[in-house]
Design a protein. Structure first.
Length: 255
């Protein structure tokens, strides 16, 4: 497997990484992300990426972004691009899919704070956290799991159709979903489906479903430490195993 990954690194290159976290993902004094903006930028530049996005968690998360910190993050992004002039750095957010009018914990008015918005399902209080947390890990009755699958899928579809979401992050992780219905919604809204380097889903079975829909894929490191920024080889291997043409992965190019 290691040899295969090294071969893929020699043949393919990652152009950008649009899902990374920093110390602005935190709960109280405890950091969920371990690096600063400049640290992620340094790692991206070292790996030869053309662009990078800082996408800390949405404000409803336990370790969510404080929107009052946006001006400070913008200043740090400007400093990072000055330090690494060949690297473009964007400010995004990984919004949480929750029970709100637009289906996200980032309001339509707050979209203007960011260059773009990604969204994914997480264990947050506003989205039946306890039920999904337990059901995803325990042998709960099939009927209950199917009910949660329907509810989770409806929430995702609502969020996709109510907002301009760039990337649907790690679909199928942390909650049961109907992959066909989610893929169809991504197709209809032009939302990219993420192949996540940190989480177990989407896995090969999931990707074999998604590939049958007219959607683009994107590999993301979901880095919570700077050293993980730009990870892609294992995700690319997963996509190839699922039969996905690398040309459909928007941030993968041949060297």
């Amino acid at each position: 497997m290691v040899q295969r990954l090294e071969e893929l690194k020699k043949e393919y290159k990652l152009k950008f990484d649009y899902h990374t976290h920093t110390i602005y993902s935190r709960v109280g004094p405890y950091f969920h992300g371990k690096g600063r903006v400049i640290d992620n930028a340094r790692a991206a530049a070292k790996r030869g990426l053309a662009s990078l996005a800082i996408t800390d968690h949405g404000p409803s998360d336990f370790y969510g972004l404080n929107l009052k910190k946006i001006p400070q993050i913008r200043r740090e992004i400007a400093a990072a691009m000055h330090a690494f002039p060949k690297l473009k750095v964007y400010l995004g957010v990984e919004a949480d899919i929750v029970d709100t009018p637009n289906g996200l914990d980032v309001s339509p008015e707050d979209f203007a704070l960011f260059d773009f918005v990604n969204a994914g399902y997480h264990y947050v209080p506003k989205c039946h956290m306890l039920h999904n947390f337990v059901a995803f890990r325990a042998p709960w009755p099939k009927k209950l799991k199917e009910k949660l699958r329907f509810q989770n899928t409806e929430r995702i579809i609502k969020a996709l159709k109510s907002n301009d979401i760039k990337i649907l992050t790690h679909p199928g992780d942390k909650a049961f979903i109907d992959e066909h219905a989610v893929a169809k919604a991504c197709e209809e809204t032009g939302t990219m489906v993420e192949i996540n380097a940190r989480h177990k889903h989407p896995d090969v079975r999931d990707l074999q479903i998604y590939k049958n829909y007219d959607i683009d894929f994107v590999i993301s490191s979901d880095a919570h430490r700077p050293k993980h920024v730009g990870r892609y080889a294992e995700s690319l291997a997963l996509a190839l195993e699922a039969g996905i043409d690398p040309a459909r992965i928007v941030n993968i190019i041949k060297k």
